[in-house]
Design a protein around this ligand. Sequence first.
Ligand SMILES: NC(=O)c1ccc[n+]([C@@H]2O[C@H](COP(=O)([O-])OP(=O)(O)OC[C@H]3O[C@@H](n4cnc5c(N)ncnc54)[C@H](OP(=O)(O)O)[C@@H]3O)[C@@H](O)[C@H]2O)c1
Length: 240
Amino acid sequence: MAEIDDAYLHAGGKAELGVIGTGRMGIRLAAMFARAGRRVVLASRTPGRARQVTEALRIPGLLAGSHGDAFAAPAVLPALFLRDGLAELLEAHAGQLDGTLVIDISNPFNEDYSDYILPWDTSSAEVVQALLPRSRIVGAFKHVFSAVFDAPLFDGSTSDVLVVGDDDQAKARFLALAEGTPFRYLDAGPLRFARTLERLTLITGRVGRQSGYYPRMNWRLLGDAALVPRPGPMDGLVQS
Ligand SMILES: NC(=O)c1ccc[n+]([C@@H]2O[C@H](COP(=O)([O-])OP(=O)(O)OC[C@H]3O[C@@H](n4cnc5c(N)ncnc54)[C@H](OP(=O)(O)O)[C@@H]3O)[C@@H](O)[C@H]2O)c1
């Protein structure tokens, strides 16, 4: 395995993705993108914490850095909850994020995870977009529970990540970054569809618990284009 060289960043090497937060999602997503060949800087509020993680994982391309290093990357993935200060953190760095691809994975959970702290007619993704009007927001991974990243295949098959956003170029940049990661990515529409997507997480958790799968479960849209029905004799009998 290649030696990990944190001096790389400071020698002018540019990370492609900055991940903020060394919690359940931050570590796993940083590791996933680095394993797919991206140069990723993982940042923590606690000096030394991100380095401890990267040294334990020893994935080539996964580097430890400061919040400043991570926010300087052309794509940023903040991995913290809205309730824990996501908005305040983004506000503080907004000036640095013009044109930056911001991958929003947040769900607006309350403290005990029983519900969301936002009303139905908005979403965490829209809150992020309002805070960062000159950034390019893509919502993704919102319904994928952290345990899935540890063993992402189900019976040898990938599961889906629904992706929302208003900016097609930003979605394309996101897909390029995600190239080689073990998921199927589906374009799920505009950013406001994050309202549905974020609430899908509530349903995923509930159904997963009832099924005994929690926290290792995810969705895959099943379909068969070859069997899409063509208009037949019965259709002529239907009155609209
Ligand atoms: N957990 C899941 O299965 C899951 C699934 C889909 C989406 N999500 C979303 O992913 C995000 C992170 O969830 P998580 O479960 O990974 O959370 P988590 O385990 O609580 O980790 C969040 C991390 O964010 C950092 N942090 C906390 N407060 C902060 C603040 N005020 N300013 C800056 N950094 C702060 C901390 O890292 P440092 O101590 O290193 O700074 C903390 O470890 C949430 O928005 C959640 O909705 C989670």
